[in-house]
Design a protein around this ligand. Sequence first.
Ligand code: SF4
Length: 293
Amino acid sequence: MTTSGTDELEIFRRVLERNATQLRRDLPWIGCNDPWAILVSEVMLQQTQVARVLEPWRRFLATFPTANSCADAPLAQILQLWEGLGYHRRAKALHGAARMIRDQFGGEVPRDAASLLSLPGVGHYTANAVGSFAFGERVAVLDTNVGRVLARAVANQTLGARRAQTLANELLPENGVAAHNQALLDLGAQFCRSRPLCDSCPLSDACRWNLEGGDDPAPRSASVSRPQSAFEGSDRQLRGRVLGLLRLGQVTSSRVVADVAPGENERVVRIVESLVNDGLVERKGNQLRLAMT
Ligand code: SF4
């Protein structure tokens, strides 16, 4: 099996561009021109589904419309607003990013992916997403949605990390990078899902897997995420419960143990310890509260 040549990439790119408007999801951060709002959306979307991000994103930006306003607030306030999103280390990282933007970038979100990468909690995907969506930088996004599209529609083969990134780079247009990246993400989210909707997909005539057949190349490809482990009964769930209790105010360690998971004392103590170590919870004597810094 051959990988895509330049002509095939060009054809796919054009068909994608033609269908970009049809593919476009109606989400408040798409087409938004505020770099801070885009950065917040991208951090929240890491590991969290779009539907669960909408409301927290709105209330976060209503409270912290700028990086400086977030940087000046105590971490506890960011953790309050993170309710419903989970993976709270992202909240601390975003707070750290806001402080770095205030202290090292004059309050402005840095304009290029290389500088964005220096911010806490910002990896390659997020840096390239913010760089392209907020500033039109010519960099490719490669997440689980795009990884599926590349493996199926563009290559029709399982892709390793380097090949997937190279292909994403080769597929970039000279101009209109933000619209191109958005169209790839929209295609992956709307049609080229884990269970693809090929019958209704507007790219079906330009999709190699659809035209050539074979086993689905996406599941073992780079950047294509595996199903998350069960939330119910997980440590993640307990961490969320501890933080939920502390959102109501300072409480004693013994009350946390008693309220969060009665009968699982050792486990709750371990969870609290991990939250303290992560800098999300502060302990003073036997009192626990959301971390302030
Ligand atoms: S035709 Fe199917 S596999 Fe190809 S891009 Fe569309 S949804 Fe994905």
